[in-house]
Design a protein around this ligand. Structure first.
Ligand code: ASP
Length: 379
């Protein structure tokens, strides 16, 4: 037997790959025909359309989705991704991104990257040009510059407004802060926080000031995740974000972590996440979902199972769970897909209620579909 193995070194491995490693359910998945489809978090309608255009034109799935999410990374009005993202506690925008390419089983990521508008492009170059998977912080920035990326200040005036609103809202236990009510601070006791901000940012209307005040109180999460499949059965995924607003400098969320914010195995499917990254990292969400699908779960059930793991990590403490949101997105190799959310929705600033959605494009115009919620949040 030893001789046989030496004479045919690949024989044993071939056997393992062709039969034993594939559970019956994954083998069954291989029979369904793939199709062109792109899904994304709800902020990805345009990204899905752009990616579909490239896929229909014969482009690679990774090129397609990175071009798609670049639209959101460059958009100053999306304050959760790329340029214009809400900054860390020092007012510096720090970006995380990851990419995975199914056909080559390769991954690339950057974390805590400053001053570069499109971190997904840098992550893609890490995949294409290096023997590494993730570059972080100053190293990632130096390498991006080596690759020809231009350094830019990513803090827009709108994001600076929200940062100042947050700074002004910080108080000690006695209710004092360094901005007002002190011995030397200008005495304007009657002046509301909104009016003080208006004085500093006269260019913004009341609605924008109210938005900034809201962001100060309820630091947002955002992010875009985008997953694609083409008719040849090739899959790719990307997740890109400015992360949690007002984070401690150097905090890295789930988005650049392969297996948490993103995972692709084109023999099975792809998954990604938006929302509170810390909870996703603790359940290795995207990898868990892909493995659930490998073992026969539908994309919807695979996502819901992952959300249940998060609930279990909090021992079902609804008060704590109520303090965050998290969504998962899954696309199986046969084109079946789902979005799922921990909560059925959240209260809007205007008192209304928003239900979680995700974007889909399977040809033609992109549309929003409902995420399946795990828990009902009271309206
Ligand atoms: N998941 C991202 C993070 O934790 C943020 C988000 O999606 O809202 O960095």
């Amino acid at each position: 037997m030893g001789d046989e193995d030496t004479a045919h070194p690949m024989r044993r491995r071939d056997w393992i790959l062709s039969s034993a490693a594939l559970p019956a359910s994954a083998a069954a998945l291989q029979t369904a025909a793939p199709k062109n489809i792109v899904i994304a978090s709800a902020n990805g309608l345009q990204s899905c359309a752009k990616a579909m255009e490239i896929i229909e034109g014969g482009g690679d799935t990774l090129d397609a989705i990175v071009a798609g999410v670049n639209i959101v990374e460059e958009d100053p009005n999306d304050t959760s991704v790329g340029y214009g993202g809400l900054p860390n506690e020092l007012g510096v925008v720090e970006l995380d991104a990851s990419v995975m390419h199914g056909p080559t089983n390769r991954a690339g990521a950057v974390s805590a990257l400053r001053n570069i508008k499109c971190p997904s492009k840098v992550a893609k170059l890490v995949l294409e040009q290096t023997d590494h998977v993730m570059l972080t912080g100053q190293g990632a920035l130096d390498w991006a510059k080596l690759m020809g990326f231009k350094e830019e200040d990513l803090l827009t005036e709108r994001s600076r407004l929200a940062w100042v609103a947050w700074k002004q809202s910080l108080r000690d236990r006695e209710g004092n802060n360094n901005w007002t009510d002190g011995l030397d601070a200008p005495s304007k006791p009657a002046q509301k926080a909104e009016a003080r901000l208006k004085e500093l940012f006269p260019q913004f209307d009341d609605e924008t000031i109210a938005w900034a005040m809201h962001m100060a109180r309820f630091p947002t999460t955002g992010t875009i995740n985008c997953l694609a499949l083409n008719a040849k059965g090739e899959m790719s995924g990307t997740t890109t974000t400015s992360g949690l607003a007002w984070k401690i400098p150097g905090r890295v969320g789930d988005s650049p972590i392969i297996g948490a914010g993103l995972y692709v195995d084109q023999e099975v499917g792809a998954a990604g996440s938006t929302g509170r990254g810390e909870e996703n990292i603790r359940v290795a969400g995207a990898h868990t979902i892909v493995e659930n699908m490998r073992h026969g779960m539908s994309p919807k059930d695979a996502c819901l199972d992952c959300l249940k793991r998060i609930v279990r990590n909090f021992k079902g403490d609804m008060e704590k769970l109520n303090r965050f949101d998290i969504n998962f997105y899954a696309l199986r190799k046969d084109g079946v897909y789902a979005g799922a959310a921990l909560w059925s929705g959240r209260q809007r600033r205007d008192g209304g209620f928003t239900s979680p959605k995700f974007a889909v494009n399977d040809g033609g115009a992109s549309r929003l579909e409902d995420c399946v919620p795990l828990l009902e949040r009271r309206k």
